[in-house]
Design a protein around this ligand. Sequence first.
Ligand SMILES: NC(=O)c1ccc[n+]([C@@H]2O[C@H](COP(=O)([O-])OP(=O)(O)OC[C@H]3O[C@@H](n4cnc5c(N)ncnc54)[C@H](OP(=O)(O)O)[C@@H]3O)[C@@H](O)[C@H]2O)c1
Length: 265
Amino acid sequence: MPSFLFSPLNRPVNNWAGKRIWLIGASSGIGAALAKAYLDNGATVMLSARRAEQLEAIAAKHPNARILPFDVQDARAWVEAQNHIKHNLGGLDLILFCAAKYQPERSWEMERSDIANTLQINLNSVYEGVCAALPGMLKQNSGGIGIIASVAGYIGLPNASVYGPSKAALINLAELLYCDLHSRNINVYLINPGFVKTELTEKNNFLMPALQMPEQAAAAIIKGMEKGQFEIHFPRRFTTILKLIQMMPYRWRFFLIDRFVTQQG
Ligand SMILES: NC(=O)c1ccc[n+]([C@@H]2O[C@H](COP(=O)([O-])OP(=O)(O)OC[C@H]3O[C@@H](n4cnc5c(N)ncnc54)[C@H](OP(=O)(O)O)[C@@H]3O)[C@@H](O)[C@H]2O)c1
């Protein structure tokens, strides 16, 4: 059997000790849980988000934590952050994008300013971060880029009018980054969580099947990276169903969405 059929798509991470990680969106939810887990495993972690006090609270318990609060919508702040990382960490082994904005809304409820704002945070900021981190990684001939998208990016779902398309774009971006960067020794991870109990999903007033805690999400992400997976999706009992729906003809897909999603929300 050819080895490319079975070998991991990324280089497995065997040891987090001493790894330099920049977490964007580390003040709450999955990002905060990831920060604690990486720090417990001995990594040096730069924590970014707007709420400095939340970042400080995490960093206070870990000598290897640093904080770098900024708003990901601020292009100048990205340039300053890039310089800060260079001077303080010397380089990066992993940049992980966790920042996002989500507003449950049907298409007739969308507002222009809110659309732009959500796309800026969910999508444009990832481009900013990739542009900030990639030159250094290419130069050192190693590194990793992790993008948290969502199963909401698999298929067009009512209520995710702006969030869903932003996540679909991130899935596409992660795929092309993998193709570009794999041969340059840079790991690229596409992370597609199902429902996780965080501030982001607090706004949902519908049933969230297979809901997980942020610590479970962080453990699944770290395990996926250790195994060298490209797509890290969880919980599988939920994500597998969505993957099957994604493969269905539109007629069946729309029927199921109408029956189980549209009529619920
Ligand atoms: N929860 C779920 O069910 C679920 C499912 C699939 C995918 N995801 C994805 O998982 C990732 C983490 O989400 P979460 O559920 O953990 O939500 P969360 O608790 O709301 O975390 C979002 C993070 O993004 C940061 N952020 C938002 N706007 C920002 C801005 N303008 N500048 C800098 N940071 C900003 C927030 O920090 P500040 O407010 O302090 O800036 C916070 O740290 C997101 O990409 C989300 O789309 C979540």
